[in-house]
Design a protein around this ligand. Structure first.
Ligand code: F6R
Length: 606
């Protein structure tokens, strides 16, 4: 998964803009980066491994001068993250440059064929075949457009591509299959990029390229066609009302912290979900015989919490399934009577899209909760709900998780109402409480940040950390563990606390930190007894709870008390201290929580 950007201008150099846009795309990958421009008929390239700033410091991207250029920030899939494998990739003659996000599945076959024709490959990437395919087509007498289209028609897999060639020095050729690509325009300048925010620096007139389309962009013209038959596509460029400032850190040391503190706002936005679509989605779920909540990583945890809420409020069984497992586990048994509720912040997670595509082929109804508008999932879904959390730059999901939960609660209420499973008074009380959550989160952030910093100081050198939850907070325990593990690299475990004595309790020894989540519902007594079990074996317990009664205090070495809400809503209130814990631990260990190693924001590979 990578970020790509291309700019063509009528008279000015584009390297500075490419650099700025690329910086905004860095969340999509940051193990190597590069830029290519055409200057006086020659291709000039800077690329290397490392973060964009490191490469810039070493070579200075702004020394590239040219009115047309493409750039790339990479998260390696094929070939190690090194200079040779960094994009842009070029053909044998050094006159065609390509940047790519996605995976070309048949690249080995194409590479063999091209090598037999005499093409020399420099890298181990799947992308390089595109440059050589175009070169081969040019050799056979095609013009650049035909050479490009003919080449991409031979590709299997997923790609967003941008290509420049000295044979057509004022045009960028770009195309999209699966991986996202948007176009932007302003007077005398045209852009393509993997996302909208990177273009908002320059323009707010945006049009997404749809799946299976290619575009030829020049300083005053955009021509869009279908890859399959070359037919012309007319597209409107719409004004996007979103500032680039939204995507900046606003004084916080890291995006992750900024995003944690944005949650009172992002939850409020999620509460503004379009009610007609919410009702429509609830209708589909209500009519279906089975409901699967399909997602990956943090979004899967939201689905897991969602399954408890749906059952408790609406008496609906929703099966949470890890997206990458969905096809082998349920693929063959899916029918037209089933509904898939796909939950994906990016709307681009390949595992999720794969599950959804397979289910769709079997006639299931596809529903979705997404944060990124115009993402692939929004196009595949029959109905999607936009959680409106705003751009999330930190690789670790925080505000988008609580946003997803907020949507799931509203969906559960709507289902409960339809199915007559909640009395009006109870419903009104719950809805009122849900609407109060932004203020409650605000209080938690103000109260807990320092307390959690102290806990982070205590656990930062731990060999491992254990998270225990029960009931609605089983998913919260998993989420707390994922957050801590992914950004602090401390191995961590999470499981429903009832599993303790079925194995994991053997890990408990003196001073092992155990984070316990205690909510005031049918699980409280059992959870307290699980905490006694680990404490009596030497564990140090850090308990997050809205109760501070004797029972809870007795099992807590450290008690993080959060404001009281109904147990049903504690997955939102309890996860916030866990996000802060992960953040502070990461920083105390001298790490960059925004850019955990080996991870990227949106995982567009299987
Ligand atoms: C963890 C994290 C990932 C994502 C997962 C799914 O902090 O962010 O686990 O939740 O890659 O991503 P989306 O929601 O974009 O499908």
């Amino acid at each position: 998964m990578c970020g790509i950007i291309g700019i063509v201008n009528i008279s000015e150099d584009v390297s500075e803009k490419l650099f700025k846009g690329l910086k905004l795309l860095e969340y999509r990958g940051y193990d190597s980066a590069g830029m290519a421009v055409i200057n006086n008929g020659n291709l000039q390239i800077i690329k290397d491994k490392g973060k964009i700033d490191e490469i810039h410091e070493k070579y200075d991207f702004l020394t590239l001068s040219g009115r047309i250029g493409i750039a790339h920030t990479r998260w390696a899939t094929h070939g190690a993250p090194d200079k040779v494998n960094a994009h842009p990739h070029i053909d044998c003659t050094g006159s065609i440059a390509v940047v790519h996000n996605g995976i070309i599945e048949n690249f080995m076959d194409l590479k063999t064929e091209l090598a037999e024709q005499g093409h020399k490959f420099r890298s181990r990437t799947d992308t390089e075949v595109v440059a050589h395919l175009i070169e081969e087509n040019l050799k056979r007498g095609m013009d650049v457009e035909d050479a490009f289209v003919n080449a991409i028609r031979r590709l299997k897999g997923a790609y967003a591509l941008a290509v420049i060639s000295t044979a057509s020095p004022d045009k960028i050729f770009c195309a999209r299959v699966e991986s996202p690509l948007v176009l932007g325009i302003r007077e005398g300048e045209v852009y393509c990029s993997s996302d909208i925010p990177s273009l908002l620096l320059f323009t707010n007139k945006i049009a997404p390229l749809d799946n299976g389309e290619y575009a030829i962009i020049s300083p005053n013209n955009v021509e869009i066609r279908r890859i399959s038959d070359g037919s012309r596509v007319r597209k409107q460029f719409k004004k996007i009302d979103m500032g680039v400032e939204e995507a900046k850190k606003e004084g916080y040391p890291h995006y992750m912290l900024k995003e944690i503190f944005e949650q009172p706002y992002s939850i409020r936005y999620a509460l503004n979900v379009q009610k007609n679509y919410l009702e429509l989605m609830a209708d589909f779920i209500d009519r279906s015989s089975r409901l699967f909540l399909v997602a990956a990583g943090t979004s899967y945890h939201a689905g897991l919490v969602g399954s408890y809420i749906f059952s408790k409020l609406a008496r609906i069984t929703g099966m949470p399934v890890i997206a990458s497992e969905f096809v082998s586990r349920y693929g063959d048994s899916i029918t037209v009577d089933d509904s898939i509720l796909a939950i994906s912040q990016s709307g681009e997670t390949r595992d999720v899209l794969w599950a959804v595509e397979q289910a769709k082929m079997r006639g299931a109804t596809i529903l979705a909760i997404v944060n990124v508008l115009a993402s692939t999932l929004t196009r595949v879904a029959r109905i999607y709900l936009h959680q409106q959390s705003g751009p999330e730059i930190g690789v670790a999901a925080t505000k988008t998780y609580t946003g997803q939960l907020t949507i799931l609660y509203q969906l559960a209420f709507s289902l409960a109402r339809k199915r007559g499973k909640l009395g009006q008074d109870e419903m009104d009380r719950f809805i009122e409480e849900l609407n109060m959550l932004p203020d409650v989160i605000d209080m938690i952030l103000k109260k807990c940040d320092r307390e959690i910093l102290e806990v982070a100081n205590e656990i930062k050198d731990a060999k491992y950390v254990i998270f225990l939850g029960r009931g609605v907070n089983t998913g919260t325990a998993y989420e707390g563990r994922l957050k801590l593990m992914e950004i602090s690299y401390i191995p961590s475990l999470a499981y429903p606390a009832g599993e303790n004595k079925h194995g994991p309790i053997s890990l408990i020894e003196k001073d092992v930190p155990v984070i316990g989540l205690v909510q005031d519902d049918e699980t409280k007594k059992l959870m307290i007894s699980n905490l006694h079990e680990v404490r009596s074996r030497g564990a140090k317990t850090y308990v997050i709870s809205s109760s501070d009664d004797e029972e809870v205090r007795e099992v807590s070495d450290v008690l993080i008390k959060v404001p009281r809400v109904s147990a049903l809503f504690t997955p939102i209130t309890y996860v916030v201290p866990l996000q802060l814990l992960a953040y502070h631990t990461s920083v105390l260990r001298g790490l960059d929580p925004d850019k955990p190693r080996n991870l990227a924001k949106s995982v567009t590979v299987i």
